[in-house]
Design a protein around this ligand. Structure first.
Ligand code: PLP
Length: 393
């Protein structure tokens, strides 16, 4: 009998981890590198001025505990930045600084969910939502999205899944693994639906700086925080990981009604307590400093996306039209293989690694996720390997 707690032994397994393990094993056995379109991490360096700010802070003694909420200069910077982007008021009291988007998600769920409460999560979705809900002993209820409708999330799909126990709806736009962006009219309907049923919305917006085709000078509504003049029951989660290529810095935040933010520093006390001061000073520099590197990355992701789409189309494969993030969800149902078979055989036969769609839920069966947070040469090699694999079937 296991001596481990149910929290530990029943923690939802991560299929993405499994892919990384098999890739490492393949590289060890064959002694040859695998072409990877697996990682959900920018391949760019963090901006130079951000690194400078961190070093300046380290030298100036920014090496001690800080307030659990985050240093006031950073909360002000986040409030200023998002207030401007969203065209609305955001105050430092609306901001909680966290250890990356992941801890932000956990804290946001923690202030809403009690054991047994239900949380609605799309299928497919970023798998960590399941683990975070599990830690809180909440029940995850999946909303299956339809491949034939481009896996589009609509209020009509959500409504029948709401029960008297439902407390929270998780949104993720742009989406990992789909790359889809929820349209402004749909955001409006989702907010209206949540209000009507008295449930909260947790909006994971970590890819909000990677949205393609935005017209210059036109402010697009991409955040739930732009739908109503007050935060109401919406909690926005974001981080600098993707927007500023700062995954390893572990800097994220929750933006929500001050009443919901208020208990978060207490909850964080036993987790990480606070974030390092030098990381927070660097974050101020990232948000207040020049935006050129974020815009440059966006332009490059867009070129890579177009290149990958051209390649996949030439191979006769379909895909979900991505308007953001850096993922292409590719339809491999025509091969007659399951997602897992396709992924495993592609890895072993062509040494190309992708993630099976089923890593994000059952609805992802028949699809694989290709990440284009990878250089164009890597993308071209992967396409070549996929082409040879398809030809061999
Ligand atoms: N949310 C989504 C949808 C993600 O894809 C990721 C990272 O891959 C995160 C949240 C967490 O990001 P981080 O904790 O690095 O800020």
């Amino acid at each position: 009998e296991s001596a481990l707690s149910r929290t530990a032994s029943q923690y939802p397994p991560s299929a993405i981890r499994g892919v990384f393990d098999r890739v490492a094993e393949q590289e060890r056995l064959s002694g040859e590198p695998v072409v990877k379109l697996t990682v959900g991490e920018p391949d760019f360096d963090s901006p130079a001025h951000v690194i400078e700010a961190a070093m300046d802070s380290l030298r100036a003694g920014g090496t001690r505990y800080t307030p659990n909420t985050g240093i006031v200069e950073l909360r002000e910077a986040v409030a200023r930045h998002y207030g401007q982007r969203w065209g609305r008021d955001v105050l430092p009291d609306n901001v909680m600084i966290t250890a990356g988007g992941n801890e932000a998600l956990l804290l946001a769920m923690s202030v809403i969910l009690d054991p047994g409460d239900e949380v609605l999560v799309t299928d497919p979705a970023y798998p960590n939502y399941l683990g975070q809900a599990h830690l809180l002993k909440a029940q995850t209820v999946r909303i299956p999205l339809e491949p034939s409708d481009g896996f589009r999330l609509t209020a009509e799909l959500v409504e029948p899944m709401i029960s008297p126990r439902t407390k929270l709806l998780v949104l993720n736009s742009p989406s990992n693994p789909l790359g889809t962006v929820i349209a402004p009219q749909e955001l409006e309907k989702l907010v209206e639906l949540a209000e009507r049923h008295g449930i909260y919305i947790l909006s994971d917006e970590v890819y909000d700086r990677i949205i393609f085709g935005a017209q210059v000078g036109v402010q697009r509504v991409t955040s739930v925080a732009q739908v109503r003049p007050d935060f109401g029951r919406t909690l926005v989660v974001n981080s600098l990981s993707k927007s500023h290529a700062m995954t390893g810095w572990r800097l994220g935040f929750v933006i929500a009604d001050a009443r919901l933010v208020a208990p978060m520093p207490r909850l964080q006390e036993g987790i990480v307590g606070c974030l390092p001061e030098f990381v927070q000073r660097a974050a101020v520099a990232a948000l207040d400093g020049p935006d050129a590197s974020t815009q440059d990355m966006l332009a490059r992701y867009e070129r890579r996306r177009d290149r990958l789409i051209r390649g996949v189309t030439d191979l006769g494969l379909g895909y979900v039209r991505p308007d953001g993030a850096f993922y292409l969800f590719v339809d491999v149902r025509g091969t007659g293989l399951t997602s897992a078979e396709f992924t495993d055989r592609l890895l072993h036969e062509q040494r190309v690694a992708v993630v099976p769609g089923t890593a994000f839920g059952e609805a992802g069966e028949g699809f694989v996720r290709l990440s284009y947070a990878a250089g164009e040469e890597t993308i071209d090699s992967a396409l070549e390997g996929i082409g040879m694999f398809l030809a061999s079937l």
